[in-house]
Write a protein that binds this ligand. Structure first.
Ligand code: ADP
Length: 172
């Protein structure tokens, strides 16, 4: 049985991330989405929010589990029994960074392979940071993220919510 770990910040998860998880879940027996606790970037959503948003996004995939982690990705991979790290590649610019990270991870643990899935063409331009920026400036991002994440962005940026109550998946 092959378990793959898909690590990232997912601040917030986008349709591009969900596409990668869905495709990884079709290739590997089990996929763990690792939500990195403290990435070197300013976060909009805290860790439990990012985990809850991702859980809701992938709830129909029975072989996918979402967990948060801190520390080295390779250590977390070993902890969950993953021999494969999944990453998504959009453009050449992603490749350089992914190659550097994959090489560093190989240096840390040569038993863990990195598998990069090419982005689906409709998501080449899509990033979490651009999505936040567009939404912050009042742009429509509803075709870039799942509905519950667009709602969560509304709540963050202008306190507006399209649902009557706080969604169950965000209750702690
Ligand atoms: P990180 O902060 O580690 O880059 P991200 O959440 O931004 O984490 O991304 C996690 C992974 O998902 C990365 O491998 C990234 O390249 C990939 N990814 C992000 N957006 C897309 C997309 N639109 N299509 C395919 N892969 C993507």
């Amino acid at each position: 049985m092959t378990t793959a770990l898909y690590p990232g910040s997912f601040d917030p998860p986008t349709n591009g991330h969900v596409d990668i998880v869905t495709r990884a879940a079709a290739v590997f027996d089990k996929v763990v989405v690792g939500v990195y606790d403290t990435p070197a970037k300013t976060l909009l959503f805290n860790t439990s929010e990012r985990v809850a948003l991702m859980r809701e996004a992938i709830k129909d995939l029975p072989n996918v589990k979402v967990m948060s982690f801190s520390g080295l990705t390779v250590d977390f991979a070993r902890e969950v029994g993953a021999k494969v790290l999944v990453r998504g590649l959009r453009a050449l610019s992603d490749f350089e960074m992914e190659l550097q990270m994959a090489s560093m991870n190989r240096n840390l643990d040569p038993n863990i392979e990195v598998v990069c899935l090419m982005t689906s063409p409709q998501y080449t331009f899509l990033s979490a940071s651009l999505t936040k920026e567009i939404r912050k400036l009042g742009g429509d991002v509803r075709n870039l993220v799942p509905t519950h994440i667009a709602d969560a962005l509304d709540r963050k940026f202008d306190g507006r919510d399209n649902s009557d109550t706080i969604p169950r998946f965000l209750e702690t």
